[in-house]
Design a protein around this ligand. Sequence first.
Ligand code: HPA
Length: 264
Amino acid sequence: MLQEATQYLKDKTSFVPETGIILGSGLGGLVHYLDIRNRFPYAEIPGFPVSTVEGHSGELIFAYLNGQALLVMNGRFHYYEGYGMETVVFPIRVMHLMGVKRLIITNAAGGLNPDFEVGDIMLIEDIISLLPDNPLRGTNKESLGPRFSEMSAPFDLDWMAKVNQAATKLEIDLKKGVYIGVQGPKLESRAEIHYLRMIGGDAVGMSTVPEVIAARHMGIKVLAFSVITNESIPKVSKIFTHEEVVAVAKKAGEKLVSLVRGVI
Ligand code: HPA
């Protein structure tokens, strides 16, 4: 299936992307800055599942941004939608086979750290997986990577240093911390929030972790950001909705778009 998807794309474009970007909820604004060369709706590509979440449009975009050749995933697949892990990371593996060496991942997440405010951007420094499955489970595909994937430093340190420089230049108060990936599709109870904070989380969300695992398995350098769309703090029992999460992600997404452009 991977070969079929890759061949389909290679038959239709000679574009060789170097950097991949996954646009999360509300972060589609980056698309306006792209010099787009090809776009492929997921439904058109063999083996690609079709996204089921509202607000996730679902297309692969080959484009230039400041001279960098990008492969942009506009819309992603979540485990909570019912897909198997292999399906969730299928596009990341296609990215690798198309030539991608570096990947920027974005998401919307709940803030667990009391110093965070709604609308903040967090650079993900490390992850904790509370997902019930892992994309590397099963027979290992040696052509993609080793049986036991090394994960002591999932995010690229040099690249993170460049993000710090870009954030300073853009006067963005960049937060940093640990992202905990949960299965969903639900938000957390207060007891769960307390637990997630206790085990070391600064933000919680329902994506990104499988993508990081699959990318690192293939030796892709990774950088990841969360837009903090709501405060998940045990004392605060403020109720929020998915619509609010998407609205905040859209607004704060502009800040993240300028940061990603700065880094590129
Ligand atoms: N929890 C889990 N996922 C999320 C949240 C949250 O509070 N906000 C946005 N995605």
